[in-house]
Design a protein around this ligand. Structure first.
Ligand SMILES: Cc1cc2nc3c(=O)[nH]c(=O)nc-3n(C[C@H](O)[C@H](O)[C@H](O)COP(=O)(O)OP(=O)(O)OC[C@H]3O[C@@H](n4cnc5c(N)ncnc54)[C@H](O)[C@@H]3O)c2cc1C
Length: 484
């Protein structure tokens, strides 16, 4: 259904004409997320200020059968916030109030547009912080984090977003409002909060989010270690875990990623080193110190060529600045790049990195690696030049890397989600029955498939891979019949 004059009128009534973008030039700024290879100009963009306005916007969508896509900061890397042509984008950017910080029960209540870093900023005066920390944390929103079940460097020890969300207020596809989960964290009945986490905006829009806060650790120790090979660095990771140590973070970077990050932010990395690890331990001082010595010994055993220990918070911040800037910094050494996101069992890290290097050589393309080594979550960056006609080759290589992860017993995505990018690859990882169950769950929340359609699950229209059992009948779409 297209957005006709009656629908436009209803949207303007619902949230005020000034908050409805119709101008093509402004609509274009919403045409993609961080996966810029996919672009669709939306029919309209809505900028509600409150949860009630979000519900009113969705109600108009439901009445006129207009598809809608929720959008946080648009930093997603899998095309999750890609608009639907003739649909609306509902931006949550104006719902950015921290509604409550409760230092006694250690939780915060947030509007969905609050940035990840602002949660910790609000909690810090109470000696608390919010643990999941995507590298995009300065700009990405908690709503986007919930939809993607986002991770980050410190999720090795503390778990992903799903481990830190207690309750969600959600606007469903018919405009009704429900609460999933509860502030206590203990709920009777099925875990519908868990269903929402990682559903990539396909089962509703989160308008209020209650998260767990953790006590700021007594001490943090951070080291940067260089190694003569990726294999040696990979063995260090395995040995640290085998020694019973759970670091707060273990991040790995290869030569190309190190070079890019160092040139961008001068973090003190060694240009030319084949591999570097950032290892961080946190907790009580005595425990940290003991474990730190063990980690140092493991690094030395594997031929570490330089070991730099952050002397203070400033040096620690510099080490992390380099790691967190790495994706963007790669733009300095290549005109274009794809960020891939896959998982392999930690024990297969060295093997997968060797195979990725071979695949890059075969394709005649460079691949930089910067990733969460502790949980086997790879981020190969496939470098290419669109101007030199390398786009298709790079896309194929990137896709093959994701499928290699599945072949090695891992996952198509560790944290960036499936979105538009990998929906067609889902049958490589899940059986038809698995996918049918997921489709039925989604259908229960959104029978008319208005909520971020075409994302996450493969559809025949987009992939031609498998028939979609639950695609709505044309008569349903026309409002003639209803699915009960
Ligand atoms: C430089 C860089 C580094 C990154 N590092 C990491 C990292 O370390 N770890 C990681 O996990 N990710 C990382 N990402 C990916 C991205 O930042 C995360 O996926 C983030 O959670 C997206 O948040 P957002 O607000 O930008 O959401 P958007 O991109 O706007 O949307 C993402 C998805 O969430 C849905 N959505 C947004 N808000 C809502 C809502 N309120 N209710 C329901 N659905 C909603 C959208 O429809 C879409 O499907 C990185 C991205 C960049 C560009």
């Amino acid at each position: 259904m297209t957005i006709d004059a009656a629908a436009l009128h209803d949207f303007q009534q619902a949230i005020g004409a000034a908050n409805v973008i119709t101008d093509l030039a402004r609509l274009r700024s919403y045409e993609c997320d961080g996966l810029t290879g996919y672009r669709v100009v939306p029919g309209l963009v809505l900028l509600p200020h409150t949860a009630d306005e979000v519900a009113a916007s969705v109600t108009v969508c439901a009445t006129h059968r207009i598809p809608f896509v929720a959008r946080g900061a648009g930093t997603g890397l899998s095309g999750g916030a890609l608009p639907v042509a003739d649909g609306v984008v509902i931006s949550l950017a104006r719902l950015r109030r921290v509604l409550e910080v409760d230092p006694v029960d250690r939780r915060a209540v947030l509007e969905p547009g609050v940035t990840n870093l602002d949660i910790t900023r609000a909690a810090a005066p109470h000696g608390l912080y919010y643990a999941p920390d995507p590298s995009s944390q300065q700009v990405c929103t908690i709503g986007g984090n919930v939809a993607e079940n986002s991770g980050g460097a410190h999720c090795l020890k503390y778990g992903f977003t799903t481990n830190h969300v207690l309750a969600l207020e959600v606007v469903l596809a018919d405009g009704s409002v429900v609460t999933l989960g509860g502030d206590s964290g203990e709920q009777a009945g099925p875990d519908l909060r868990g269903v929402f986490l990682g559903s990539e905006g396909t089962v509703g829009i989160a308008t209020k989010i209650t998260v767990r806060l953790l006590r700021t650790p007594e001490t943090v120790r951070t080291l940067l270690a260089d190694f003569p090979s990726i294999q040696a660095a990979g063995e260090v990771v395995s040995d640290i875990v085998a020694a019973g140590i759970v670091p707060a973070a273990v991040e790995m970077m290869d030569t190309l990623a190190i070079e890019a990050a160092e040139e961008a932010v001068h973090a003190g990395y060694t240009i030319g080193t084949p591999a570097a690890l950032v290892v961080e331990l946190d907790g009580p001082v005595e425990e940290c110190d003991g474990q730190f010595e063990k980690v140092r010994a493991i690094c030395e055993k594997h031929g570490c060529t330089r070991l730099h220990i952050a002397a203070d918070n400033e040096e620690r911040a510099a080490i992390w600045r380099g790691r967190k800037a790495a994706f963007a910094a790669v733009g300095r050494i290549s005109p274009d790049y794809f960020v891939q996101d896959g998982v392999v069992p930690r024990t297969r890290l060295a093997e997968v990195l060797g195979r990725i290097a071979d695949m890059g050589d075969e394709a005649g393309l460079r691949v930089a690696n910067v990733f969460h080594a502790g949980d086997g979550n790879l981020h190969p960056l496939v470098l290419y030049s669109a101007a030199a006609g390398e786009t298709e080759r790079a896309e194929v290589l990137s896709g093959k890397i994701a499928e290699l992860c599945v072949e090695l017993g891992g996952s198509l995505s560790g944290e960036h989600g499936i979105g538009t990018d990998k929906a067609c690859s889902m049958p490589k990882m899940f059986s038809e029955v698995d996918l049918d169950v997921m489709a039925r769950v989604r259908d229960a929340f959104d029978p008319h498939q208005l909520c971020n359609p075409g994302k996450l699950l493969p559809t025949p229209r987009l992939c031609g891979e498998r028939p979609g059992k639950f695609a709505p009948h044309p008569l349903e779409e026309a409002g003639v019949i209803e699915r009960l």
